[in-house]
Unconditional design. Structure first.
Lengths: 346, 127
């Protein structure tokens, strides 16, 4: 067990590779109750959400969700978040565990000129993720809500195992599946019922370790790694969550300047050629000189290769480039590759 | 429960050592392999390397992290387990047996007596 933002979180149950493969091939169940929730309500809710986040929440329909950036004025990330539109005047944000207080304070401060109602709601929600090709079938056994009627990145308020649940067709694994939000005191029972429901498919409980290898293969960003206060969405390859034409929002000016000047570094995928694994924080060399750093790296159980993500100067960011990663003071060869490393067959 | 051989000695850094006269075999404990999870690389020193007690002798890399392995005692590397370069996962399967790391010639055989007994080690890890 490791301490993770004040939560005792299992890194692994049966083993990272075993859990990873269960999600890619069958189904895995994650307890992600550490994730934070913030609810924003009132006539000014949309305006506040659209001011603090970079994607355009005005485009969301009721029951729809999107990925977005909570940005500083200088364009760096306060956090990356999921925005769910519950009602025209009610938005539900899912935020990172370790950032939740910071996010709440930041949004609350910005709310002074909006007067929406901002609620720190993390204590009211436990969250579980049912991920994998058999994830929908597993969850379907416990709910009357027709899951096949919920498109990707939409959600419905229904019931799971007889208790109210927000059922979202979202995930952080690159695989099909759902994330459900329930009252914490119901969570242990729902966990058991999901494990029972998934037994016929070979469900495995999954920890943070597999969550990390899965999201890395799918090139989904992890706060503190690919995205930080000093990295902008444009550098992180997340330009699609920045909607410059939606009106004013925090970070807009900085991002406009960066677009004008050109992005000087980019997030790039790599595969190790030499023996070793390029990990978070390791230096990247190009032509014998320091050029960037690794943000995440590890073995890819699906591809059976050692993969990773790194920042490189834009001029060096093309795929197929040979780079060296300093692994315990030894340069080890790697090559830049297209991402995502893994994309599921639809 | 895993078993910790009575004739081995252990360190708080989760290595074990088994001595026979002036030579000894060193490995990592079952507890260590469990904590590390799926092991994907094992880096070992070259034969002839002089090891100093408490200094890094190599590293073990799992899916989630890299961990240094420390020399429980001082000595000179006589043999390294080549099996682990091909099949690092053996370290998950048989850490106290076939997946030993190095064999050394002890510099000071008495150093071993300062290490933890099997009972002390199991108390230490809460087994």
């Amino acid at each position: 067990m490791v301490d993770f933002g004040g939560w005792d979180m299992p890194v692994q149950y049966s083993g990272i590779i075993d859990e990873h493969n269960a999600v890619r091939q069958r189904v895995g169940l994650f307890d992600v109750s550490h994730m934070g929730e913030i609810e924003i309500r009132g006539p000014e809710a949309l305006n506040l959400v659209n001011y603090v986040s970079s994607n355009n929440a005005a485009k969301l329909k009721t029951g729809q969700a999107h990925y977005s950036g909570l940005l500083y004025e200088h364009g760096g990330f306060v956090d990356d978040i999921l925005v769910h539109k519950v009602e025209a005047d009610h938005f539900f944000l899912c935020v990172n565990a370790s950032n939740q207080e910071k996010d709440y304070d930041y949004i609350s401060t910005m709310n002074r000129s909006f007067k929406a109602t901002v609620e720190f709601a993390s204590e009211r929600y436990a969250q579980m993720a049912v991920q994998g090709p058999d994830g929908p079938a597993t969850l379907q056994k416990l709910t009357a809500t027709d899951l096949s009627a919920i498109p990707y990145y939409w959600f419905t308020d229904g019931e799971v195992a007889g208790v109210p649940a927000r059922i979202a067709h979202t995930g952080y694994t690159g695989e099909d599946g759902f994330e459900i939000y329930v009252a914490p005191d119901e969570a242990p029972r729902i966990w058991s019922e999901l494990m029972d429901a998934g037994q016929e498919f070979g469900i495995k409980p999954c920890g943070l370790g597999a969550r990390n290898t899965l999201r890395l293969e799918a090139k989904m960003a992890l706060y503190g790694h690919e995205i930080t206060a000093s990295i902008t969405p444009l550098e992180a390859g997340l330009g699609w969550i920045v909607k410059m034409d939606k009106g004013d929002f925090l970070g807009r000016e900085a991002l406009a300047r960066q677009t004008q000047a050109g992005v000087t570094r980019k997030l790039v995928g790599f595969e190790m050629r030499g023996r070793g694994i390029g990990r978070d924080g390791y230096e990247v060399y190009v032509n014998g000189a320091p050029a960037g750093w690794v943000t995440s790296g590890g073995p890819s159980p699906t591809l059976n290769k050692n993969i990773g993500l790194c920042y490189l100067p834009t001029a060096m960011a093309e795929t197929g480039r040979t780079i060296q990663i300093m692994i315990r003071n030894q340069p080890v060869e790697a090559v830049t590759v297209p991402t995502p490393f893994y994309k599921r067959a639809k | 429960m895993s078993t910790y051989p009575e004739n081995y000695r252990y360190t708080k850094e989760h290595e074990w050592i088994s001595a026979e006269g002036e030579t000894a075999t060193i490995g990592i404990t079952d507890h260590a392999q469990q904590e590390l999870g799926d092991i994907v690389y094992v880096d070992l020193p070259k034969i002839g390397t002089k090891l100093e007690k408490g200094k890094t002798l190599g590293s073990v890399e799992s899916v989630k992290a890299v961990s240094d392995v420390y020399a429980p005692v001082s000595g000179e590397v006589m043999d390294v387990n080549e099996l682990l370069s091909q099949e690092p996962e053996k370290l998950n399967a048989d850490p106290h047996g076939a997946a030993w790391l190095v064999k050394i010639k002890l510099a000071a055989p008495d150093e071993i007596k300062q290490l933890l007994t099997a009972a002390d080690y199991q108390t230490y890890i809460g087994a």
